[in-house]
Design a protein around this ligand. Structure first.
Ligand code: FE2
Length: 511
């Protein structure tokens, strides 16, 4: 990758930019493009640092081609990129070129550096005479530098056959510094629907080609593209990027050939490869066979530390009954656990966020003295959850943000979940799905039981949407933004609830 400053000539001619037209603004005369309309999957940026971001696109004139190669020839193709301080690219401050390779499905991951901290930029790509749509992004404020306000949204679970991405269209209109996506970006299963958004291919996916086609199908959605183009994203996967409820090397119990862990690891390798290719992730996250390091920390001034976790790859298999109490059980794995506890014990920002996949607080689903818990959440890793909770309690303003359950929740993380009078030591904010589960309802029949059995749970709602968070030195305001329906297009966005966490006082209060 080259990373050169624009020449004076490039800067001077940048004034004539007309978006979408070749041979403008800082780029020399274009040669004929080797492909027509390659930018069908939009652009994205991600993992902002104080001096740069990673820029993403893919060349895919035929994104659903069954071989997963997007209709591209099997040879390398150069792709140029530009970063400017203005939308019309009059002031290009960085430019460079990447090689899009067939072995990475002609995806581009340009790690731009040399930018100013906490600043807004615009970016675009060119190959031949074809220019991509323009994306907007923002670098992170310098770690430790005083920051008075940070705004981000988190979202998860966007099953394509179950609804339209109306929530993403509204998300794109927000004023945000970041979007965190907490998993289930795709679903691996068979999906047919009545709304004309069936899965391609129309079968459960196992191969690299199939995962690529599935990701390309999702990324072909204009509303999702708008949300990517509007803000940098920080992504982690959950289960469905690979397979429902997988755990470490263990496939979910079913009849497929991947019940052999060696076969499942091959499937995982192909799923991770396709996932990395299609996400705005840095090379540090590039998978090595069946292994990927997705857990990482992003820091925003002295205000926010975002610890992005991986609760799938290193976990022990799900167990039934009291086996969940086994103290040797892990959901984070030894290395990630040590990394997280070290982070939390060190010098941190004012707000410490665990951005992760599955429900952290206790959730008893059964009335009366009997109890039952999800085997796919932190309740199934009881001792490790308690350890993380204890360390969280000592950190500055701990907030856990969660996806997975296709419902909005707000929960107090109690020092002892069995004792409602025990201290509240952290706050959990759970985001609903973008589409998974279809239109949804405000609450279902089981929610009254959950609220009664778990007095630390303060809010449940099962409409679709996302959570918008405004963080200041004094407070964290979480707005639960929902749409009334996703099986038709055009639903307006509504505020269903607002919760506020005050600095120095764990637990959210409804405003
Ligand atoms: Fe999901």
């Amino acid at each position: 990758m080259s990373d050169r400053s624009p020449t004076r000539r490039q800067v001077l001619i940048a004034g004539s930019a007309t978006l979408g037209v070749a041979a403008v603004s800082g780029w020399g005369t274009a040669s004929a493009s080797p492909v027509r309309e390659p930018f069908t999957l939009g652009v994205a940026s991600g993992d902002p640092l104080p001096d740069g971001v990673v820029l993403w696109t893919r060349l895919a004139p035929d994104p659903l081609a069954a071989d997963g190669l997007g209709g591209m020839p099997s040879r390398i193709v150069p792709v140029e990129w530009q970063v400017a301080t203005d939308e019309r690219f009059r002031h290009v401050v960085r430019a460079g070129a990447e090689i899009a390779r067939p072995e990475s499905a002609h995806t581009v991951h340009a790690e731009v550096s040399g930018l100013r901290a906490g600043a807004e930029y615009f970016y675009r790509f060119r190959t031949g005479n074809q220019i991509s749509p323009v994306g907007r992004t923002k670098t992170a404020p310098r770690p430790g530098a005083r920051l008075d306000r940070f705004s981000f949204a988190f979202a998860s679970c966007q099953n394509y056959p179950e609804g339209f991405y109306t929530a993403h269209r509204h998300l794109a209109e927000e004023d945000l510094d970041l979007v965190a996506f907490l998993g289930d970006y795709i679903y691996e299963g068979v999906g047919t629907s009545k709304i004309g958004r069936s899965h391609t291919p129309a079968a459960e996916i196992f191969t690299l080609a199939d995962y690529r086609v599935r990701l390309a199908q999702y990324k072909g959605d204009a509303d999702l593209q708008a949300a990517h183009a509007a803000f940098p994203w920080a992504v982690v996967f959950d289960d469905h990027e690979v397979e429902n409820n997988w755990a470490g090397d263990i496939s979910q119990p079913d009849t497929e050939p991947d019940q052999d862990p060696a076969v499942f690891r091959q499937r995982r390798a192909q799923a991770f490869q396709a996932y990395w290719e299609h996400m705005p992730l840095r090379r540090a996250q590039h998978p090595s066979g069946p292994d990927i390091r997705i857990h990482r920390r992003l820091t925003f001034g002295d205000l926010v530390d975002l610890h992005l976790l991986d609760t799938r790859q290193y976990r022990d298999d799900q167990v039934a009954g009291d086996a969940r109490l086994d103290p040797s059980r892990t959901i984070l794995g030894a290395r990630q656990k040590e990394w997280l506890l070290r982070n939390l014990a060190g010098r941190t920002a004012r707000w410490n966020v665990l951005a992760q996949q599955v429900f952290f607080a206790q959730r008893d689903f059964t009335s009366g003295t009997a109890d039952s818990f999800s085997d796919d959440a932190w309740d199934n890793y009881y001792v490790e959850r308690n350890l993380v909770r204890e360390r969280l309690a000592r950190a500055s303003n701990p907030v856990v943000i969660t996806g997975d359950v296709h419902a909005s929740y707000v929960a107090d993380v109690k020092a002892d979940f069995e004792d409602p009078s025990s201290a509240t030591v952290a706050t959990e904010l759970v985001g609903t799905s973008i589409t998974s589960g279809g239109d949804g309802t405000d609450q279902n029949a089981g929610d009254a039981v959950q609220l009664a059995e778990n007095p630390h749970i303060k809010f449940i709602n099962r409409k679709r949407g996302y959570v918008r968070n405004t963080i200041t030195r004094d407070s964290w305001t979480a707005d639960y933004r929902i749409v009334d329906y996703v099986t038709r297009t055009g639903a307006p966005i509504q505020d269903r609830a607002r919760f506020v966490i005050e600095d120095g006082r764990a637990g959210a209060q409804q405003a």
